[in-house]
Design a protein around this ligand. Structure first.
Ligand SMILES: C[S@@+](CC[C@H](N)C(=O)[O-])C[C@H]1O[C@@H](n2cnc3c(N)ncnc32)[C@H](O)[C@@H]1O
Length: 311
């Protein structure tokens, strides 16, 4: 990978790392997140670096080897599920008699919410009606919105370039592409997944893509833990594939509502961990304190192996 690509990937990874360090130092998740959202120069630098990294460097790889692309993977899954009988197959398997949402029949478009979109990579597909949102958009086609704190209600309200609220039971698909590992805490990842469940129509799809250049099995316990947590919300994993640089997963919203007790929610939220959550560079004993064991290499790198970075 070129030096330019490495520098851009470093900018992105350093923001993730700094958030984790701040949380470790203060233990105050709310203040860490508020301060981060106020740091506009940092958010803007991240947005332009991520945009450039994806469109100038990863795009080359997508052209030369389409099977490595998270965008292609997502599109081909959505084609299968919404236009080639996948939905009906899974409906039969789950013995559901739910009627197919009218929106699809009327407009022939899949309503997609792309969270943490950055540069609207799914805007290129005519069959998708995409609402792209980001904490700090890189392009005007993406609306500003902090998904962690956005109110959910009866209608989606957009004011200028910002989304002020999102309507529940509205979307056929929600995409978290390289989003969840941005957050320093499992509870924030869990909040995102719970919100996705409320926003999706029944039988809708949550796509989760998380970067990892290692072999599939090396982080299989992490992926299994996520699957268990999501299952408790009412999501069934119906597709998993390890691409060269990412885990790609499709979860189907099976149940309409999930009633979870506060203590269960806390336990389930902790299942949305990533290896770096356990890593503290200044305390080598930290690993010993945690129930879940990782090797030194896993702790140091974890999911921070962004595509192309280690080539
Ligand atoms: C690694 S980038 C991924 C960009 C794009 N989805 C892709 O696959 O290339 C993560 C993005 O998530 C955005 N993000 C982080 N927290 C967010 C939040 N709470 N609400 C909305 N977007 C958020 C960041 O601003 C950043 O653009």
């Amino acid at each position: 990978m070129s030096n330019d690509g490495k520098n851009l990937a470093d900018i992105v990874k350093n923001v993730h790392r700094r958030l984790r360090q701040e949380l470790y130092k203060t233990g105050d998740l709310e203040s860490v997140w508020i301060n981060h959202c106020r740091n506009v120069p940092c958010l803007k630098k991240y947005a332009s670096s991520m945009h450039k990294l994806a469109t100038e460097h990863w795009e080359q790889l997508r052209v030369s080897n389409p099977a490595t692309s998270r965008i292609n993977w997502t599109w081909s899954f959505l084609q299968y599920y919404f236009f080639s009988g996948g939905l009906q197959q899974h409906r039969q398997k789950s013995n559901s008699d739910t009627e197919w949402p009218k929106l699809i029949l009327n407009e022939s478009k899949v309503a997609v919410l792309d969270v943490g979109s950055c540069y609207n990579p799914f805007g290129e597909y005519e069959e998708l009606d995409v609402l792209s949102i980001d904490l700090c958009p890189a392009l005007e086609s993406v609306y500003q919105c902090d998904f962690l704190n956005i109110p959910l209600g009866k209608t989606t309200v957009i004011d200028g370039q910002s989304v002020l609220s999102l309507a529940t039971n509205q979307f056929h698909c929600i995409v978290f592409s390289f989003l969840l590992e941005y957050f320093p805490s499992p509870s924030q990842r869990w909040t995102c997944c719970e919100k996705a469940h409320l926003l999706l129509l029944r039988e809708g799809i949550l796509i989760i893509i998380t970067p990892d250049s290692k072999a599939a099995h090396s982080n299989s316990k992490v992926m299994r833990s996520w699957r268990e947590a999501l299952s408790a919300i009412g999501f069934k994993r119906i597709k998993y594939e390890k691409l060269q640089h990412a885990h790609c997963m499709a979860f189907r919203k099976n149940s309409v509502e999930s009633v979870l007790k506060a203590e269960d929610r806390e336990l389930l939220a902790s299942k949305m961990y990533i290896p770096q959550d356990f890593y503290n560079p200044s305390d080598s004993e930290n690993e010993e304190k945690d129930e879940i064991k990782f090797t030194e290499a896993e702790l140091a790198e974890g999911f921070t192996n962004l595509p192309l970075f280690d080539e």
